[in-house]
Design a protein around this ligand. Structure first.
Ligand code: NOJ
Length: 503
C-alpha cells in the first residue's frame, strides 16, 4: 500500500486521529500531573527578537531590519527589533533568569549577519563571534547547555539582494556560514538546529510576503524557497556529520513547526482532508528528511493543479535522485514547535481547482473554532489536546523517533506579572504531552517560548510571550519575574505540574 493511504488507514483506526473538536475539550484540561524525570526543560529565543544592536560593532543588515525600516506599518505597533530586549548588552541578565528558573538548556539563534556582515566568508566580524563566545561562557558558568539555531529567519540583506532563499546559491552560502559556526562555537554546543520553521520563512516570507523579505510569490516562489531550505539544511547537516560530529559530540536537526489538524467531522472525507493538511504542513519538510522526497500527496496535488492552471510543469520543483539521497536521514531527532490547532474539512467539490498557492494546493478547508480561547495573536487559539494528538501522529507517521519540543508557549498583550493564563497554558500543554509520553511517544525535551518578553515579528511588542517581563522603555531593560517563571522553576524542581496533589 502506498505510504499516504497507509497513513490514512492507520489514522482512521486510531482514536487519536479522529474528530475531537468539541468545545469542552478546548479548556485547560489536565490529564497527567507529573513531568517524567528524563524530560529536560529549556527556554528559547531568537536573535532578532532579543538582541537589538542591529547595526553595532560591525553587524550587517538582515532582511527583518530592511523589511521593517522600509515600511514600519508592517508591524502592528510600528516598532522594530533595533533595540528589542537588548540582549546584546544584557545577556547576563537573560542567563541569570534562566538560572533562577533552573532550566537545563537555552535555545537561541546566531545572527548570520552579526558574524558575516554580507552573509559570505569575505569578512568575518570578530566582535560578533566574541558576543556569542561570551554568551556561551556565561551559560557554561551557570551549568546551562546550549541548543543553537543557525538560522531563525534573518538572512543577510546582501544575500537577499541576490534572491535570498530563492537563489540556488543560498545552499552554499548557508553551508559556509554553518561550517564557520561549527568551527567557532562547536565546543560549547550540545544541540544544533540548522533552520527554524521553514514554513514561516517560505510561506510567510516568499509566498504571502507578510514576513521578511516580503516576496509575494504564492505557489511558486515559496516552493523554490522550500527546496533550497531543505538542500541547505541537508548539506549543512552532512558537513556536521562528516567533519564535526565525532569531535564535537553534539547533535543536529531542523526545527519544523506544526499546528494540529483535526477532522471537522467523523466522515472519511474529513479524516483524509486533515491528513492531507498535516502532510502539507509538517510533512512538507519532515517527509523529505525522513523518507527522502516531498510527500506523495503534495507531488500529486500540485502536479494536477498546475496542469489545470495552465503551467507546463508542476510548480513544485522536483528533487533529483541524488538530492533525495542527500536529504534523506539528515536529522538526529525530530524537532517540533507547536502552539495551536485547526479543524479541517474536505472541499464540497473534490474537483475544484483553486488559485495558485500552497494553501489552495492542499485542496482542503481549515478553520479555528470561535469558541476556543484566544491568546493575544489572532491565530493563537489555546487547544491543549491538539498537542497530544500531534505527538501521537508524529510517532505513527515517522516511526519511533526521539522528539524534542523546541517551542511552546503563549502570548498576552499586557505583560502582566500575574500571568496565571500562561501557567494554565503550560500546565495543560505539558500535561497532554506527558499523556502522549505514557502512550509511548519518545519526547525527551520541552522548551518554553520564551524566557523574556521580546519582539514578536508582525505583532511587535503587542504580543508578549516571556516568563520575565521587560519594560521596553526602561533603558536598563530589567528582567522581572512573572508568576509563570516561578511555576516552571517549581515544576523543574518537583516535577509536579499542579499546585499540589502529586504525592
Ligand atoms: C515561532 C517562532 O519560531 C518564534 O520566533 C515566535 O516568536 C513564536 N513562534 C511565537 O509566535
Amino acid at each position: 500500500m502506498e505510504l499516504f493511504h497507509l497513513l490514512v488507514v492507520v489514522c482512521l483506526s486510531l482514536p487519536s486521529c479522529l474528530a475531537d473538536g468539541d468545545d469542552e475539550f478546548a479548556n485547560y484540561t489536565i490529564t497527567k500531573r507529573i513531568l517524567p524525570k528524563h524530560i529536560a526543560v529549556g527556554v528559547a529565543t531568537a536573535a532578532y527578537q532579543i538582541e537589538g544592536a542591529w547595526n553595532l560593532d560591525g553587524k550587517g543588515e538582515q532582511v527583518w531590519d530592511t523589511f521593517i525600516h522600509d515600511n514600519p506599518s508592517r508591524v502592528s505597533d510600528h516598532t522594530n527589533g533595533d533595540v528589542a530586549s537588548d540582549s546584546y548588552h544584557f545577556y547576563k541578565q537573560d542567563v541569570a533568569a534562566m538560572k533562577e528558573v533552573g532550566v537545563n538548556y537555552y535555545r537561541f539563534s546566531i545572527a548570520w549577519s552579526r558574524i558575516l556582515p554580507d552573509g559570505t566568508l569575505k569578512k568575518i566580524n570578530q566582535a560578533g563571534i566574541d558576543y556569542y563566545v561570551n554568551l556561551f561562557e556565561e551559560l557554561e558558568s551557570k551549568g546551562i547547555q546550549a541548543m543553537v539555531t543557525l538560522h531563525h529567519w534573518d538572512i543577510p540583506t546582501a544575500l537577499e539582494k541576490q534572491g535570498g532563499w530563492q537563489n540556488p546559491k543560498v545552499v552554499d552560502w548557508f553551508v559556509d556560514y554553518a561550517r564557520l559556526c561549527y568551527e567557532k562555537f562547536g565546543k560549547y554546543v550540545q544541540s544544533w538546529v540548522t533552520i527554524n520553521e521553514p514554513k514561516q520563512i517560505c510561506h510567510a516570507g516568499y509566498g504571502l510576503g507578510v514576513f521578511a523579505p516580503g516576496v509575494v510569490s504564492p505557489g511558486v516562489g515559496e516552493y523554490l524557497c522550500a527546496r533550497h531550505v531543505l538542500l541547505a539544511h541537508a548539506k549543512a547537516w552532512h558537513v556536521f556529520d562528516k567533519e564535526f560530529r565525532s569531535k564535537l559530540k553534539s547533535r543536529n536537526t531542523i526545527v519544523i513547526d506544526s499546528d494540529w489538524y483535526e477532522p471537522a467531522t467523523h466522515s472519511k472525507a474529513d479524516a483524509i482532508a486533515a491528513e492531507i493538511k498535516r502532510q502539507f504542513v509538517y510533512g512538507m519538510y519532515a517527509h523529505p528528511i525522513v523518507y527522502g522526497n516531498w510527500p506523495k500527496i503534495m507531488i500529486d496535488n500540485i502536479a494536477k493543479y498546475s496542469k489545470a492552471q495552465g503551467f507546463k510543469q508542476s510548480r513544485l520543483p522536483a528533487f533529483s535522485q541524488e538530492e533525495i539521497e542527500l536529504i534523506k536521514g539528515t536529522y538526529d531527532f525530530l524537532a517540533v514547535n507547536h502552539y495551536t490547532t485547526y479543524m479541517v474539512s474536505a472541499l464540497e467539490d473534490p474537483n475544484h481547482v483553486g488559485g495558485v498557492s500552497w494553501d489552495e494546493d492542499s485542496g482542503v478547508n481549515s478553520y479555528q473554532k470561535s469558541t476556543w480561547k484566544t491568546a493575544a495573536i489572532d491565530w493563537f487559539k489555546i487547544v491543549p489536546w491538539g498537542f497530544g494528538k500531534l505527538l501521537r501522529w508524529l510517532k505513527h507517521t515517522y516511526g519511533d523517533k526521539e522528539i524534542v519540543i523546541t517551542e511552546n508557549g503563549v502570548s498576552d498583550t499586557t505583560g502582566t506579572l500575574r500571568d496565571q493564563h500562561r501557567i494554565d497554558y503550560l500546565q495543560s500543554y505539558m500535561s497532554h504531552m506527558v499523556d502522549a509520553i505514557y502512550d509511548g511517544v519518545n519526547v525527551t525535551s520541552y522548551t518554553v517560548w520564551s524566557i523574556i518578553d521580546n519582539f514578536e515579528w508582525n505583532q511587535g511588542f503587542n504580543a508578549k510571550l516571556g516568563m520575565y517581563y521587560i519594560n521596553m522603555s526602561d533603558p536598563e531593560k530589567r528582567r522581572i519575574a512573572k508568576d509563570s517563571s516561578k511555576y516552571l522553576a517549581k515544576v523543574i524542581k518537583t516535577r509536579c505540574l499542579i499546585e499540589s496533589g502529586c504525592e
